[in-house]
Design a protein around this ligand. Structure first.
Ligand SMILES: Cc1c2[nH]c(c1CCC(=O)O)Cc1[nH]c(c(CCC(=O)O)c1C)Cc1[nH]c(c(CCC(=O)O)c1C)Cc1[nH]c(c(CCC(=O)O)c1C)C2
Length: 393
């Protein structure tokens, strides 16, 4: 499938290869540097709530779009063209391209979402995957994403930065075992409880693949990268640290090491531990080291900014490695507020801005999870305009 993009070559130096940036609000806020106003983008901003997306989807399969750089770039730009208020773009792709690169078949079923016809069922399936991916050429498998990123950076003409991403090892592991979306993750829990050693080896392989993938995205032109740990909240505290956070640290460490080798400076790394609550945040700050930390933490709407800050501070106090870095926060309006009418949206953005005021500089406005398909694009515009009206801290 990768031949769809022909031969792809990384730009010699991503810092000087692309058009000059005209909006760097996101990159400044991610480094906790002061900005004239908080930057804003929205998870899943290129998606089914946009009629122009639905139209293109009528004639193209989901993963066909992901694998065709021209189409992926076109969809990535749809929300940027429609909403000049956006301060970032995110490459159109999916976290499940990594299981595909690891040799698993994933289909996107209409109205059902992702489906693995042959998920990992028995320990032998896990052993087989490990054996077959021992010498995986991650860049060859995923260069179609790199080609889409390089093309999108050119087409963006410096309007806004481009975000790259991957799933967290735990979230991807769970999909690979469940075979699709699941309410309980019963089978993924069964694997970590019954086969902890094999689960750790699989998580390590996934983390290593994700790290190489993020490095490829950064070399191709991604200016911030986000790790989506959509199922962080499904694990009890100790297991969150052992089976999820540890592998997110591994990604951060490996990305930093590999980029140093390529003499490319590391862009902000963001982690979105959805549903992890204060315990996940405290754990993240407690276990961070200079070479494993995250620059940005995404918050879902179930935790408010003040509790998040407190949890991160508590964790930092317990940090034995002496790590004292700053963390920017991203989030976190409930995506369902976009159905509440424009007056209610205005009020909730004001509330959110007041909550995050003590976190500025270092707040990136966003929803607390992805925008959902039923949202009226005009209400999305209203949300963005409300954020733009927030005055300097
Ligand atoms: C637009 C879209 C995407 N994925 C899916 C769709 C809808 C499918 C369609 O058009 O038919 C299926 C698609 N892909 C996935 C799902 C969730 C399935 C489930 O668990 O029930 C669906 C419906 C898996 C997935 N995929 C992703 C996550 C992490 C974020 C999250 O928690 O929502 C997850 C869990 C990431 C993702 N996925 C996508 C992006 C694009 C960039 C953006 O605009 O944000 C991103 C970042 C794009």
């Amino acid at each position: 499938m990768a031949e769809l993009c022909g031969d792809y070559a990384f730009p010699a130096d991503p810092a000087s290869h692309f058009p000059e940036m005209r909006n760097t609000l996101l990159l400044s806020a991610a480094r906790c540097q002061s900005t004239s106003r908080p930057p804003v983008w929205v998870m899943r901003q290129a998606g089914r709530y946009l009629p122009e997306f639905r139209k293109l989807r009528e004639s193209h399969d989901f993963f066909e779009i992901c694998r065709t750089p021209e189409l992926a770039a076109e969809i990535t730009l749809q929300p940027i063209d429609r909403y000049p208020e956006l301060d970032a773009s995110i490459i159109f792709s999916d976290i499940l391209v990594v299981p595909q690169a690891l040799g698993m078949q994933v289909d996107m079923l209409p109205a059902h979402g992702p489906h693995f016809p042959r998920p990992l069922r028995q320990p032998e399936d896990g052993e087989k995957l490990l054996k077959e991916t021992d010498e995986l050429n991650v860049d060859a498998e995923l260069r179609y994403v790199y080609a889409a990123i390089t093309l999108t950076r050119q087409k963006l003409e410096g309007r806004v930065p481009l975000i790259g991403f991957c799933g967290s090892p735990w979230t991807l592991f769970a999909y690979m075992i469940e075979g699709g979306g699941s309410k309980t993750l019963q089978q993924a829990h069964t694997w970590i409880n019954r086969y902890p050693e094999l689960s750790h080896r699989l998580l390590e392989r996934i983390a290593d693949t994700c790290a190489q993938f993020l490095v490829g995205q950064i070399r191709a032109g991604a200016q911030m990268v986000q790790i989506f740990d959509s199922w962080a909240g499904e694990l009890e505290a100790g297991k969150y640290r052992a089976f999820s956070l540890q592998y997110c640290y591994q990604i951060s460490r490996t990305v930093r090491q590999l980029l140093e080798h390529h003499q490319i400076s590391c862009p902000p790394i963001s982690l979105f531990p959805k549903g992890g609550g204060p315990i996940a945040l405290e754990s993240i700050a407690q276990g961070s080291q200079a070479d494993t930390h995250f620059d940005v933490i995404g918050l879902d709407w179930t935790i408010d900014a003040e509790h998040a800050r407190r949890a991160l501070e508590e964790g930092a106090k317990l940090n034995r490695a002496g790590w004292r870095g700053q963390i920017a926060l991203q989030g976190n309006m409930n995506p369902n507020m976009l159905y509440a009418g424009q007056e209610a949206i205005s009020r909730d953005v004001e509330r959110m801005a007041a909550d995050f005021r003590p976190s500025r500089p270092g707040w990136i406005a966003n929803l607390g999870h992805g925008i959902t398909p039923g949202v009226d694009p005009e209400d999305m515009k209203h949300f963005l305009q409300c954020v733009q009206a927030i005055r300097p801290a």
